[in-house]
Design a protein around this ligand. Structure first.
Ligand code: ANZ
Ligand code: ZN
Length: 869
């Protein structure tokens, strides 16, 4: 290769082949080294790798390569999260079969990942749409069923009447289906559920043990699980004539302390009482329909205006039998939570307040800050929702007056229990996981419906239940449903005519256990426990924050369910989690507002921007997440083609901490590319200076200086990589490169033997330091420096301790025993000089004031004490 120009086109495939031949990334369990399992969230095979993938997998690859060099047996696998809607959309839009579309995409993307030089153990690759994978998923589902972790129940879903399918809440946008644009309806369907709520408490507690997870992710999970402690109690109901209603009405409250501020009772529109009343009352029925149109997402419900309808019922206040509370059906009360019914206390709950203002209901404050006189305690537009403070006191509340809200909660709970109308209860916001999807491209749910026997699990020996391939997508709805033969089977129990379940699994199931399958991807059972015991947990999981809740929670649930059914030995699959930031790019528009891709934007000398094809004026917009709709996408394939994999990797690691957003710029990638070229020239120049075979006995000051710089950089870069601060590691390597080239410039003409030796040492260290980031360039440089064998197989270097020792020391300064200042001095500075410096310092002078200094005691290397009287 030319010494002036680094040819990545030649180098990158060459080293990729060499690593592969050396079995560099292949992981095996029979190994004495400690293990390290690094995993990045596997991609959906959409067709092409995007910059988010490049960032994610580069982070993981740096760690994988570094850990190998540190003597770990590293597992770094890759697979495909391959079921899902886009394949079916492609089938509908382009007429290509989802299977072909998916596997073609996988083939293309695999090539892209290989070209990026990621050290992945491809022998473990699988796609979740491989029957070899999903058959185990089906088997585990049957085991979960036996263990009581599966339930079939009716539930409300978002129904798209045009596409004839259930939509996830995220697929409902402003009340309409995201694809069809049709108004979404709520429907009640029989669905399969995984009982994640069985583990609600354990999933919550487990978070405390996850020391290496970001706090914000744990917080999101805690909120999602949403544990609340409260009281469930029942109201006596009366009809409009004052006659007692046959049953009492249970409600759940976290604020029993506010019971004397209650001014109404509200039921969900789907509450059985409301349903019954709607049969006789057209207005109530109409209100129910209106609520149904709101969709099932909590967000939609939260945003909607609070509305209700008066029911012909009143509720008797539990502690004031003469007070009757009006009963409403209200759109903000959910059927799936608590009892689907509440009492409303407008003064201390915002939704209740909005509702009360709208319907002219009383607002009675019952909690008041202690310093405010009770008669001054007024509620405006904002409810007073705090109940924890000890500076709060109960008012307008009969026997509770004077207590803190916390004490009042206790007192009400106690009395209600005594009266036999209620008990303390813990509720979770977490709902069971509905896993049925009316889709073709997913894992078939392995059950059969028999008119005689009911739901019959598919016998394990009949697994996998595979998808039929001869399906059509020309009509809306589920192709499995209308396939002529697929669903018709004999009942495994009675042998009679029966039908297969035509729903498939939510694809989140596929990604809830893939990490365990990677330990033994070819095993006969879902997971080979011996191998899982060796590899699990994942030591470092890396992925996007968008998966902070569902994917991670489902994975944590699956691990528990697998443990309880003997498929895994631990509950927490991911010991450490890192969430990377997004990749952003500036957006551009024409004056008429059309988005323009960055490649079509030219810049004139005066800085103004123009469209390179049309000459139109271009306006630069905000820096935003790369997205197709705004055309600010940079295709990694083009970058790798133009600059090579190492440049792409190096740039994406630089500039920003990996957990922050990263702005991709043309100037930045150019800069990274120039650096690769500069390093290459520098290494070749160094190679021309033959070093002595033996390490020199002594080093000149200049050489010693460079050695210190190199070893200190090594120490810092090592620490940065350990802490995943890759951008700082990059910055330090730049610094070291500058130090090396300065040294070269000053000494190139008359290089002494110790200097040549030092240069080679520094160059080798630098190359090793950037080898996890730019592995191809590193191998090429390693060779140019006359080193034998693959650098990838070398151990990570250790810095020499003596070279790390600081020449300076920081001394704290005390004046009369109180710390006032500190000073940095050379270690060799004599005490008299230190003393003189200390006494000149402003902070010291101020502390001494008009007293006079009696003594200065210096404990060498530790502290300076000034005694003044
Ligand atoms: C009376 C009350 C007074 C309430 C007050 C709050 C403040 P979390 O923390 O989410 O558990 N609630 C209960 N069931 C509900 C349902 N199905 N749909 C909508 N809201 C429901 O909140 C529990 C509180 O949310 C309960 O406490 C109840 O309102 C309401 F000053 O009861 B509260
Ligand atoms: Zn049967």
């Amino acid at each position: 290769m030319s010494k002036d120009r680094y040819n990545f086109r030649e180098a990158e495939p060459k080293w990729q082949k060499a690593w592969e031949e050396a079995g560099y990334a292949r992981a095996s369990e029979d190994d004495d080294r400690p293990k390290f399992y690094v995993l990045e969230m596997f991609p959906y095979p959409s067709g092409r790798i995007h910059m988010g993938h490049v960032r994610n997998y580069t982070l993981g690859d740096v760690l994988a390569r570094y850990k190998r060099a540190r003597g770990f047996n590293v597992l770094h696998p890759m697979g495909w999260d391959a079921f899902g809607m886009p394949a079916e959309n492609a089938a509908m839009d382009k007429g290509v079969h989802p299977k072909k579309w998916t596997y073609d995409n996988i083939a293309h993307m695999k090539g892209q990942l290989k070209r990026l030089g990621f050290s992945l153990d491809w022998s473990r690759e699988f796609a979740t749409c491989d029957p070899e994978y999903y058959k185990h998923e089906q088997a585990m589902f049957l085991d979960f069923m036996k263990a009581g972790l599966v339930e079939r129940k009716k539930s409300m879903v978002n129904w798209d009447p045009v596409d004839q399918t259930v939509l996830a809440n995220e697929q409902v946008i402003d009340g309409r289906g995201w694809r069809s644009g049709a108004l979404v309806e709520k429907r009640e369907l029989e669905q399969w559920f995984l009982k994640i709520t069985h583990y609600a408490e354990d999933l919550l507690k487990g978070l405390d043990e996850l020391k290496n997870w970001p706090e914000k992710v744990k917080l999101m999970q805690r909120n999602w699980i949403g544990r609340s402690e409260g009281v469930r109690f029942t109201f006596e109901l009366r009809d409009e004539q004052g006659n007692p209603w046959p049953e009492r009405l249970p409600v759940f409250t976290t604020r029993p302390d506010t019971i004397f501020g209650a001014s109404f009772v509200a039921l969900s529109a789907d509450h059985p009482i409301v349903k019954a009343l709607a049969e006789k009352d057209a207005d109530i029925a109409a209100f129910r329909r209106e609520c149904a149109a709101l969709g099932t997402s909590e967000e939609a419900i939260e945003k909607a205006e609070k509305k209700g309808i008066r029911l012909p019922l009143n509720a008797v206040h539990p502690f004031r039998p003469d007070v009757l509370l009006p009963v409403y059906a209200a759109n903000f009360v959910l059927m799936g939570y608590g009892e689907g019914a509440i009492f409303g206390c407008p003064a201390h709950d915002q939704r209740d307040l909005d509702f009360a203002r709208k319907y002219g209901l009383p607002v009675i404050p019952v909690v008041c800050p202690k310093e405010t006189p009770p008669e001054k305690c007024e509620i405006g537009d904002e409810a007073l929702t705090d109940s924890e403070g000890d500076d709060l006191v109960m008012i307008n509340s009969d026997f509770l007056n004077g207590l803190t809200p916390r004490q009042a909660k206790e007192e009400i709970a106690r009395r209600m229990e005594e009266m036999g109308i209620g008990e303390r209860q813990v509720n979770y916001r977490l709902r069971d996981w509905g896993v049925s999807r009316q889709r073709y491209w997913g894992c078939p749910i392995p059950v059969i419906h028999c008119p005689k026997c009911g739901v019959v699990p598919v016998p394990k020996e009949d697994l996998p239940v595979t998808l039929p391939e001869d399906v059509t997508f020309d009509k809306p709805g589920n192709p499995l449903e209308r396939h002529p033969t697929w669903k018709h089977v004999k009942c495994p129990q009675c042998g009679g005519e029966a039908t297969r379940e035509t729903d498939t699994f939510d694809t989140f199931i596929d990604s809830s256990w893939y990490y365990a399958r990677f330990c033994s991807p070819k095993a006969e059972e879902p997971v080979d426990l011996e191998k899982a015991k060796y590899w699990m947990p994942v030591d470092q999981y890396i992925g996007g924050i968008e998966h902070a809740i569902l994917h991670l929670l489902y994975s944590r649930f699956f691990a528990r369910a697998m443990k309880d059914t003997g498929h895994l030995h631990l509950k927490e699959p991911f010991a450490a989690l890192f969430t990377q930031g997004m990749v952003l790019h500036r957006t551009y528009r024409t004056e008429s507002g059309e988005w323009v891709e960055p490649a079509l934007v030219g810049q004139r000398e005066d800085g103004s921007l123009y469209h390179i094809e049309t000459g139109e004026k271009i306006i630069a917009g905000a820096v935003e997440k790369m997205s197709k709709s705004k055309k600010n996408v940079i295709d990694p394939e083009n970058i790798v083609e133009q600059y090579g994999a190492d440049t792409a990797r190096w740039f994406i690691l630089s500039d920003s901490p990996p957990d922050r957003d990263f702005e991709w710029t043309e100037a930045g990638v150019e800069g990274a590319w120039r650096f690769t070229q500069r390093v290459w020239r520098m290494i070749n120049t160094i190679a021309d200076h033959q070093p002595p075979a033996e390490r020199p006995e002594t080093f000149s000051d200049a050489a010693q200086g460079l050695r210190k710089a190199a070893h200190r950089a090594l120490k810092a870069v090592t620490e940065d990589i350990e802490a995943l601060r890759f951008n700082r590691a990059v910055a330090r390597i730049y610094e070291l490169a500058n130090a090396i080239s300065d040294f070269l410039k000053s000494h190139a003409k008359d290089m002494t033997a110790d200097q040549a030796w030092t240069l080679h040492e520094a160059a080798r260290l630098m190359v090793q330091m950037f080898s996890p980031m730019m592995p191809h360039l590193a191998e090429e440089c390693w060779q140019a420096l006359g080193q034998e064998g693959l650098l990838a197989l070398r151990a990570w270097p250790e810095p020499e301790e003596e070279l790390l020792e600081e020449d300076t020391v920081t001394l704290p300064i005390q004046v009369n025993g109180k710390r006032r200042d500190e000073i940095v001095v050379p270690k060799s500075m004599p005490n008299e000089e230190i003393e003189a410096l200390v006494l000149q310092r402003d902070a010291v002078k101020r502390a001494v004031g008009d007293k006079s200094v009696r003594k200065v005691i210096i404990v060498p290397g530790r502290i300076v004490n000034v005694v003044a009287k």
